[in-house]
Every structure is written in C-alpha cells, then in structure tokens.
Design a protein around this ligand. Structure first.
Ligand SMILES: NC(=O)c1ccc[n+]([C@@H]2O[C@H](COP(=O)([O-])OP(=O)(O)OC[C@H]3O[C@@H](n4cnc5c(N)ncnc54)[C@H](OP(=O)(O)O)[C@@H]3O)[C@@H](O)[C@H]2O)c1
Length: 333
C-alpha cells in the first residue's frame, strides 16, 4: 500500500492531490532489496516537488527507516535496519543496494535516523554551526523554532553560548521552546503579526540588542521584519521559505538595503551539499542527545492512510517537532 501523487496543487495542496494505491508486496529481482518500511518522513520540501519534480501517478519518494526482509544484493541481509530514499509506502523495492544506509540502533531510537540523526538534524547543524556561527553575546533568532529543524538549530545556538529567541505559531509551541528546548525567550508570530507594531515590535521586544544570526525557515514577512534589526556582520542562513511554498505569486523581500548597511551575509544552503562526514556527525549528535544537552520531540502518526492528513497538517503548522508516520511495527520497541 502506498500514497501516490495524482494531481498537482494550485496554491494550497489538498487531500485529493493524493490517492492510496494497493499493490501486492513485490519480490526482489537480481541485485534488489525488499524493505519493510517502518517510519515515513513528512517534510515541507515535498510541497515544492509536487509542482513538477514528482511524476504524477508515482508513489511520493521520501526518506524512510525500515528493515530488510528479502535481499538479492550481497551487502544487505534480512533483519538489517536501514534508511534511504524509498517512498510513502509500506514496502519498497530498492533497485541498487547502494541507495540504502545502515541504521545503528545503538545510537538511539531508529526513528531518529529520519529526524534528529538524519536530514533535519544535519540541516540544523550545517545551518547554525557552520553558517550561522553563533557565539557568546550573540542574539540568535530561529523561525519555525519548535519544528523538526528549528528545534535543533535553537538548541545548538544555546550550546554555543548565544541568547536564543524563537518564533513559533502557537502558544503551546512558544511554551515548548522556552520550557523544553531552552530558548531564552520566544513569541507567537501569528499573534504578533496581527497586533499593534506587528512582527517588528515583537522582534524589538525580544531582541533589544539587535540580531546577529537569523536562522530562516520561513522567509516572507518575518524575514522582512528581521532585516532592519540586524547587527553589523550578521549572518542569515536561509534554510527554508515555507511561508511561500503554497503561494502562486512572489511578493518579494523589502529592506534588502539593510544587508549592505550592516555588511550582513545571506547564505542559502541545501543539505545535499553537506553529506560528507555524515556518520561521524551522527555519533556527535547522538552523544549530545544521550547527555541530555539536546532534547528532541517526535510526533508519530499511525498507518499509511494518515499520510496525506499528516503532511497537509504539517504545512499548516499543526506539528510539534518532527512528524513521522509509522506504517509497520518497530521491531526495536
Ligand atoms: N535547506 C535544506 O537543505 C533544508 C532541509 C530540511 C528542511 N528545510 C526547510 O526547513 C524548514 C523547516 O522544515 P522542518 O522539516 O523542520 O518543518 P517543521 O518546522 O517541523 O514544520 C513546518 C513548520 O513551518 C511553519 N510554517 C508553516 N507555514 C508557515 C508560514 N506561512 N509562516 C511561518 N511559518 C510557517 C509551521 O510552524 P509554526 O507553527 O511555528 O509557524 C510548521 O510547523 C522548511 O522551510 C523546510 O523546507 C531545508
């Protein structure tokens, strides 16, 4: 059983863009591996790919943690835990065995390999530690601060000694940022946007000493509100621009002259350019988790049929931390 894309959205994606498809469990041919998928990833970037990159009629390709159940490839054996780019489906055939990577259950829950020990965690690390480069005395703002990437980015800035300010979309998320993730302060961007002074006033209140690093997950109005409040030599790692993913127009960004005046750096990045040293980084991150210096929240939904609602809800902001869907039992729990 899988979820395939059957219609391209115009603006907001809807449930009827997807269709549940049932097929018999496939058997591996020469060189192939059959994986019983366990955790499917739910990611914002899929929304952009629905506009063209993903083929209509095909199961949506995403990162998955699963277990090898049959193999005609010498590297993989039944019982091996793996992660890879498989799909929103319960069983995947992997054509070339080298598209899979091992999951070391000794490093943490196996779901972590598509969350904090996988792409979202690595993204936070690259964006914050390598591009944002926060230090003591810096004020760091993180948007989508309670989400899969943002929740790690904020904690990494705290560990670097910075003062960390979160922007998140509900009162519960704001509380989670401060009480669980150790942000120094946080604000509700939806509430601030509609109150007197808007986002600019919220930033002034929470960042009285200006902004040295803005880890941008959302783009749009918050980015515009940040620009006039940058300190000299500020850094803006541009991780995502989710506020625009479902728009059909491009409203542009006002206030870019501040980048010149403040000699600021805006750096877009894609995690796929930063995969070398991945296994070593996973061990470092696993240590931070085991020591309690980083905490991580996963939201696990059940059943393949819940995938479209889990995805559309995440785009609308109803997730806390990393959202995953479990489609087969986890043998390690
Ligand atoms: N550059 C890369 O290689 C890379 C890799 C992974 C992810 N990303 C990007 O990183 C960002 C976060 O991804 P994630 O997986 O961690 O997702 P996430 O933050 O767990 O979930 C998405 C969050 O975006 C926020 N959001 C949705 N619509 C918004 C809007 N109009 N304005 C402001 N915020 C909005 C919501 O949080 P609130 O309720 O707090 O608004 C929602 O919970 C995304 O932009 C994604 O595309 C980039």
């Amino acid at each position: 059983v899988g979820v395939r894309l059957v219609r391209r959205p115009e603006g907001r994606a809807t449930e009827d863009c997807f269709e549940l498809v049932e097929r018999p469990v496939p058997q591996p041919g020469p060189g192939e591996v059959l994986v019983r998928n366990i955790y499917l990833s739910i990611d914002p970037y899929l929304r952009g790919r629905m506009d063209g990159a993903f083929a209509l009629g095909e199961v949506v390709p995403v990162r998955v943690v699963g277990e090898v159940v049959a193999s005609r490839h010498p590297r993989w054996h039944p019982g091996d835990l793996v992660w890879g780019f498989l799909g929103w489906e319960r069983w995947s055939i992997v054509p070339a065995g080298d598209e899979l990577w091992p999951v070391d259950s000794g490093l943490g829950p196996i779901s972590h390999f598509v969350s904090v020990l996988g792409m979202p965690g690595r993204t936070a690390w690259v964006g914050m530690v390598e591009l944002g480069r926060p230090g003591p005395g810096d004020t760091v703002v993180v948007s989508a601060a309670a989400g899969a990437v943002g929740s790690v980015a904020g904690q990494l800035a705290r560990l670097a000694g910075a003062r960390v300010v979160g922007s998140a979309g509900t009162a519960d998320k704001v509380a989670h940022c401060v009480e669980r993730l150790g942000y120094h302060t946080a604000f509700d961007h939806r509430r601030s946007a509609s109150s007197t002074g808007g986002l600019a006033a919220a930033l002034q209140e929470h960042c009285p000493a200006g902004i040295d690093v803005y880890f941008d997950n959302v783009g749009g109005p918050l980015l515009e509100a940040v620009l006039p409040q940058l300190n000299p030599f500020a850094r803006i790692p541009v991780c995502g621009m989710i506020s625009g993913y479902e728009r059909t127009d491009d409203p542009g960004v006002r206030g870019l002259h501040n980048v010149l005046a403040k000699r600021a750096t805006i750096t877009g990045f894609s995690i796929y350019d930063h995969m070398s040293g991945f296994a070593e980084w996973q061990r470092r991150m696993a240590t931070l988790l085991a020591d309690g210096r980083i905490t991580y929240h996963e939201e696990i939904w059940e059943g393949i049929e819940s995938v479209p609602a889990a995805f559309l809800g995440m785009l609308a902001g109803d997730n806390l931390g990393k959202r995953l869907v479990r489609v087969n039992p986890d043998p390690t729990t």
